[in-house]
Design a protein around this ligand. Structure first.
Ligand SMILES: Nc1nc2c(ncn2[C@@H]2O[C@H](COP(=O)(O)OP(=O)(O)OP(=O)(O)O)[C@@H](O)[C@H]2O)c(=O)[nH]1
Ligand SMILES: [Mg+2]
Length: 240
């Protein structure tokens, strides 16, 4: 997963884990304060029927330009399987002489689909809050992924805050005008077709205190799409 800090990447891991265990789950630090933001590359396994895939959590794009230096390069190295989970993003290029470096990555070290994760609110009002540095970094990463033939999908979080009705009835997520507009704007700005853009609401204590099975549906549709593409990548490489 790749995207700005605080837009719901770690919360997505917790959402998937919650669905897989059918109870509230907190696998990763998803937090409202920057203090708990992710700074280490970690890879998460899930339980039961979800054992077939893993999701990698990475450091988010932050406001200050200097901290994003080498972010794309390091993500590309992870995609290529050259680094083990546990390595820290420190605003410099990952070291190729340390314990985390993998000289000859095998297929299971690599990434087969990239999820771009954004808070949907930045695409409201024709993308007024879509920052220039997001655009630059996403464009840089997309160019690299095209070169490597790695597919990408987009997940838009926070649909509950774009339209209050979505919070009370998640099924509106598929037809509310504000959500649709955000999806179309995201498609334009990110250069990803609308069918690959998935609006969701993450499991987050601030939204729902209890398990809400209807919330699973948009999250599972997004996950299904990522897994289909990941499978296509493996198939192209004659791995399945
Ligand atoms: N209302 C609402 N809150 C959300 C949603 N998704 C995430 N959040 C909240 O947003 C805050 C930040 O989310 P994180 O998952 O920690 O963000 P992140 O993308 O991992 O951020 P970095 O680790 O800094 O890159 C947390 O308090 C989450 O509970 C959502 O869909 N709706
Ligand atoms: Mg995080």
């Amino acid at each position: 997963m790749f995207g700005p800090s605080g837009h719901g990447k770690s919360a997505f891991i917790n959402s998937v884990s919650t669905i897989s265990t059918d109870r509230k789950s907190n696998k990763t630090n998803s937090a409202s304060t920057t203090k708990h933001a992710t700074s280490v590359f970690r890879r998460y396994d899930f339980e039961d029927l979800f054992y077939t895939f893993r999701i990698a959590d990475t450091k988010g794009i932050v406001e200050f330009e200097r901290d994003n230096k080498y972010l794309v390069e390091n993500i590309v190295s992870i995609v290529n399987g050259h680094f083990r989970p546990g390595i820290e993003f420190k605003g410099e290029e990952f070291q190729t002489n340390g314990d985390f470096y993998i000289d000859f990555p095998v297929e299971s070290d690599k990434v087969h689909c990239v999820i771009l994760m954004f808070n949907m609110k930045i695409f409201v009002n024709k993308g007024a809050l879509f920052k220039l540095n997001y655009r630059t970094l996403v464009t840089d990463l997309s160019e690299e992924l095209n070169r490597l033939d790695i597919p990408r999908i987009v997940i838009l979080t926070y649909a509950d805050q774009v339209d209050e009705k979505v919070k009370n009835d998640i099924s509106c997520i598929f037809y509310k005008e504000e959500v649709k507009k955000a999806v179309y704007t995201a498609s334009e700005w990110l250069g990803v077709p609308v069918e690959n853009i998935h609006p969701i609401v993450n499991y987050s204590n601030t939204v729902y205190a209890d398990l809400n099975h209807r919330l699973h549906i948009p999250i599972l549709l997004a996950l299904q799409s990522a897994l289909y593409y990941a499978r296509d990548t493996l198939h192209k490489r004659n791995q399945i």
